[in-house]
Structures are given as structure tokens and as C-alpha cells.
Ligand binder design. Sequence first.
Ligand code: HEM
Length: 403
Amino acid sequence: MSSNTNRYDLWAPETRANPLPIYARMRQEAPLVRLIDPNYKTPVWVATRYKDAVELMRDARFTKDARKLPDGTPSKQRRTETMQAINTHMLSADPPDHTRLRTLVSKAFTPRRVEELRPRVTAIAHRLLDAVQARGEMDLLDAFAFPLPVTVIAELLGVPQEDQEQFREWTNIIITPPRDGNMQPIEAAGRQFAQYFQGLMAQRRAEPRDDLLTALLAVEEQGDRLSPIELISMLFLLLVAGHETTVNLIGNGVWALLTHPEQLERLRANPSLIESAVEEMLRYRGPVETTTHRWAPQELEFRGQVIPAGESVLASLLAADHDPEQFPEPERFDITREPNRHIAFGFGIHFCLGAPLARLEGTIAINLLLERLPRLRLAEDPARLRWRDGILVNGLQRLPVAF
Ligand code: HEM
């Protein structure tokens, strides 16, 4: 649903297909522009310039922990017991909790550890393409871009393959903005999610395995480093991140290539450009359009603007990554762009933990797709493609391709 109270309707379906013209106007206007989020009817300040977005993410005066907000603030009130049970994770924590939680899993996501997953990621990608190769057409998201990262994260965590459809449904409900502020479906999905994990944890306690779930359970049992709620929230965060992001790196990346045939040809001719190409895909249409909320715990001033206590600020990573002050000809998709210091993975202490994994999955997936499907092309007029609702995740609803 969109709102007519906003000068800039970022949420409108027609904006979703291309938010860049609105962001260009917002960048001109001020460091932060205050809008009303039509789904929650609450104010949100949006930073669109690259320098301001970076500054905002490194500014420790803002908090990610809604519990620190003044009583009566809507964002604090929405934190019911159920939401608390899945939201007590590193992305909603400030130091020192943030540091403690992130340290517990950071070793599993270092570039070196992630590189060890290369053969497995490659095998899964081949298997998915084997299943469609003879068909000659597919929805790239459904058949390839989605199942690949989901299988990888589920294996890493130790979540059974057969339960994946459930997660898809729950995570989707939880991250999709509520209709008319109705939190019921989100609450229900959160509750089911937490219950599911209680059951799985009981199984792992009885029968430990070589997975992240077993490792985290061991930490929780030692006592003071991870509470039961933090454990469930951690699993939730990792699963959501694995379900809603890399799928759109692959989807948006392939969309960018197929709508820029000369760049596609360059990459086909020289597959070793894939790493630089993936960086440009992240910059050009990154899967995470805006950061999550950061709040002013008390009134504070940012770049000369006064943010009242309890109000939220966001950085638009997509807008920042198209700031002409930082990127010459930002609207040009150039797979050899250099330098390319995009902030699609955020910045500062909450910089994406999964970046090495997402990069590995994206490079393997796209190169293999081009190698195995030499005639890959769009099966729908690009103007008719529909983009998802909401300003957090930027991605297509479907990406029909033929090959
Ligand atoms: C292309 C894919 C991805 C993109 C563009 C992306 C983007 C981001 C961004 C922008 C943030 C910071 C949000 C903020 O500051 O408000 C973030 C945080 C995070 N991401 Fe990712 N992400 C991706 C994939 C993944 C994957 C595959 C995982 C997990 C396995 C993951 C795990 C996380 C975690 C745990 C955090 C929170 C870090 C913290 O609070 O310290 N991400 N991601």
C-alpha cells in the first residue's frame, strides 16, 4: 500500500520498478528526508547521499536496540514477546551485546572457511541446472536463484532439507510489510518459527551433528554467552539472511546482464571478470535497498537536522551507490568499474557477516549459468517485470528466462 502524504512515494508499485529518479531528487534536497512509512504510519528519515549513508552507519549515537527507546514509541511497542523471541540478534543489538553475539558465529563466515564450501556450492548449482536444462525455460528465481543459497544456509545451520518450504513461507511473511498495520500474520509466523526451532534443538541435544546449530547449542549450554532467546534469534537472522538476499543478487545480477547485452558478451568472452562483475551487480541493483532501522534514543542532531527521540533513520544503500559524487556515471552498468567501493553490504560494525558467502554463491551461480546456458535470454519484456513490495529487499517477483 502506498501513501499520498509523502512527497516522495518510495513505496508505490511504479516506484518499485525504478526508485532511482526519486532517490536522485531526495539526494538533492537534504542529507536526511523525513517520510511516513505507509505500512506502519510512522516517520522514517532516509539518507541518500553516499557520505551521509556511511556517516550514519558509523554513528554510535543511534541505536539498533528498540528496548532503549522511550516508552510509548511505536517501534518499541511493536516488540511483543513473540517478536522479541526472534529479534534478539546481532542486527538488533549494540555493543557489547552485538560484539558478543557476532563473535560467536564470525569464524564460520570468514573468507577462508567460506572458500571451503566452493565444491559444495558448485555441486548444488550443477544439480539445479541439470534439473532444468532440457526444459528450455524457467523462472530463474524459483528454479535456481532461490534454492541455491537456501540449500547452502540450511546445510550450514543443520536445518532439514524437507522443511525448507516452511521457512520460505515464514521468512517471507515476516519480512513483508504488514497490510494496514496488521501484525497478526507476522506474529503467527514468528511463533511457529520459534516453536519449530525448539523442536529441532531438542533433537540436536539428543543427537549432536557437525553443524552450526549443534555448535551454538553447546555454547548456550555453557551458560552466560548465549541465552535461549538469543540462540533462536541468531538462527532466525541467519536463515532470513540466507533466504532473502543472495537470491536477489543472482536475480538482479542476471537481469542487469540480460538487459545490457554488451556487458553480457564481455563476461561470456572473459569469465575471469566475474568477481568484478558481481561487485558491479551489487552496486547497480543491490538486493538490500535500505538498511534496517537505526533509532535516536534521545533527540539528536545529524548533519544539521534534528531527529526527535524514538524516530528512525535508514540509509538507502541503493541511493548511496548511485551518488554521482562517489561513482562517475552511476547509471552506467559497467562490469569492470574501478574503483567500486559500493556499500551494498552496509558499513561499520553491522557490515554483512555473510558477504564472503554471498560473493562466493553469486560468482559460482552466475558463471555456471552462463557456461551451461549459452543462449540464456529474457522470456518477458523487461518493462513488464514486477518488483517486490517494500523498500528493504530489492528484487524481482519472477524472472522468466529461455535458453
Ligand atoms: C548479496 C547478499 C547479501 C546482501 C546484499 C546483504 C546485505 C547486508 C546488509 C546491508 C547488512 C547490514 C544491515 C544494516 O546495517 O542495517 C547485512 C547484515 C547482515 N548480514 Fe547480510 N547480506 C547478504 C547476504 C547475507 C548472507 C548469505 C548471510 C548469512 C549467512 C548474511 C548475514 C548477515 C548478518 C548476520 C548480518 C548482521 C551483521 C551484524 O549485525 O553485525 N547476509 N547484510
